[in-house]
Design a protein around this ligand. Structure first.
Ligand code: SAM
Length: 297
């Protein structure tokens, strides 16, 4: 597989299969031979029952994961890559390829079917256009995961690891810090990819927590409250949450007061503990327990 770190060899392979890379699918393939082994090792794949990879591309990271993991399941959206992947990974008996959109698959069912509910690792060089939704869905859905190691754009890495309560944070920070301990591992320059993207990347790892650092009555409501608050982050939490959750502004103000949060606060000023207190107050005040729980996150 190391020959695919030569741009000419990778181009020749793509040409052989009549493939043109899709910018829309974030197809920037790794050609720096040191990155995949380092990432695979850092993912903890060697110590897990298996690995889920998202977007194998031509299979360079998959290959490294397959060397150290008992089983690799790789989900790829682009159907055109499958004949090529059969060629590059055909000799790996422990790799299963699944065609589908990672955001639309029933991941709980997939992991049960492929790994029998055992805790696994996720390792992926994520397509940049779905970074946050993929990470939110992996972290919020309570899947049996040991750790999630992903390559993302460098700015996104900083945002994802930022704790709630500081300017760089976003809705995803609430999910990240509720479920995991995030770490930035190493940077990857834009020249490590074919074609080179406009920005550098970084590899980050989320170690899943056994127990969240705060307790809430409804996790679904915590995540929805954070999403609503950050959807209009320049507005006050009172305005943003009342718009996002279709509640009376007075109800949200009452919930903020009960959670001892200033009515003028903005989303980026709230810590995880304050988001939890706000979600619990909203739960109590709206009395819509069944309604919130019934809705998907
Ligand atoms: N793992 C390869 C590497 O490191 O060279 C490829 C990484 S490339 C940045 C992202 C890959 O994700 C592409 O192969 C792309 O086709 C795939 N992809 C894009 N959107 C996807 C989706 N919604 N679900 C699954 N795979 C997706």
């Amino acid at each position: 597989m190391s020959h695919l770190s030569e741009p000419a060899s990778l181009r020749a392979l793509l040409d052989k299969h009549g493939l043109r890379l899709s910018k829309g699918l974030g197809q920037n393939f790794l050609i720096n031979p040191s990155v995949c082994p380092r990432m695979a090792e850092a993912s903890g794949a060697a110590d897990c029952a298996g690995v889920l990879e998202i977007g194998p591309g031509v299979g360079v990271l998959t290959w490294e994961l397959a060397k150290i993991s008992p089983k690799v399941v790789a989900v790829e959206l682009d159907k055109r890559l499958f004949p090529l992947l059969d060629e590059t990974l055909g000799s790996c008996g422990n790799v299963e390829l699944v065609q589908g959109d990672i955001l639309k698959l029933d991941l709980g069912a997939l992991l049960r079917e492929k790994f029998g509910g055992e805790k696994i690792c996720v390792c992926a060089n994520l397509p940049y256009y779905i970074t946050s939704p993929v990470i939110m869905s992996l972290l919020e859905s309570g899947l049996p995961l040991h750790a999630v190691t992903v390559m993302v754009q460098r700015e996104a890495a900083q945002r994802l690891c930022a704790p709630p309560g500081i300017r760089a944070c976003g809705a995803v920070s609430v999910s990240v810090h509720y479920r995991s301990r995030p770490r930035q591992l190493f940077g990857v320059s834009r020249g490590s990819f074919l074609p080179p993207p406009k920005v550098d990347s970084a590899v980050i790892r989320f170690d899943m927590l056994e127990k969240p650092p705060v307790q809430v009555q409804s996790e679904a409501l915590l995540f929805r409250t954070a999403r609503a608050a950050f959807a209009q982050r320049r507005k006050t939490v009172a305005n943003a949450v009342s718009a996002g959750l279709a509640l009376e502004k007075g109800q949200v103000e009452e919930a903020l007061a009960s959670a001892k949060i200033a009515s003028t606060a903005r989303a980026e000023q709230l810590t995880l503990e304050q988001f939890a207190a706000l979600a619990d107050s909203l739960w109590d005040i709206t009395g819509k327990a069944n309604l919130w729980e019934g809705e998907g996150i």
